[in-house]
Design a protein around this ligand. Structure first.
Ligand code: FES
Length: 146
């Protein structure tokens, strides 16, 4: 790792820390290149193969391009123009967690594989993300986990 990449990484880490301090990163408010590693808990229930998300608490997901990442559920959820989509956050390349969404592309920061908002491989990626079933009832999203 050269000095430039250390500086950029440190900047991104610090930026995420600032967002977390305002409670934004915890709910997946995404900044391009921000590795959203904070685990949100309020408004999220994981039970067996089901993750429930209360949109009255996880309000950032209501916004177009909203993003939620849960390592506990091994899932990511995005708001793609009002359509909620969920995917396994296990990268199909080498299994690291996919943690970044810039509003148009889901990205695995580990080796740069990228995916469209429908989970389809883009760029150098060779496999699609695994889609998870998601439903909305009232203010609750229900994701069926693997
Ligand atoms: S593990 Fe995701 S790109 Fe390699």
């Amino acid at each position: 790792m050269n000095e430039t990449s250390k500086t950029r990484r440190a900047f991104l880490k610090d930026s995420c820390s600032v967002l977390a301090a305002f409670g934004l990163a915890a709910y997946g408010i995404n900044v391009a290149g921000c590795d959203t590693t904070e685990e949100p808990t309020d408004g999220i229930t994981i039970s067996g193969k089901t993750m429930s998300i209360d949109l009255t608490i996880v309000t950032a997901l209501n916004a177009d391009k909203g993003f939620l990442m849960s390592n506990n559920a091994k899932a990511i959820v995005i708001n793609d123009g009002g359509t909620f989509r969920a995917f396994s956050n296990v990268c199909p390349h080498e299994g690291n967690p996919v943690t970044s969404f810039d509003g148009s592309q889901i990205r695995c920061v580990h080796h740069g594989w990228t995916f469209s908002t429908t989970g389809t491989k883009t760029g150098v990626a060779q496999k699609n993300l695994t889609t998870l079933a998601i439903t909305k009832s009232g203010n609750t999203l229900t994701v069926t986990l693997l």
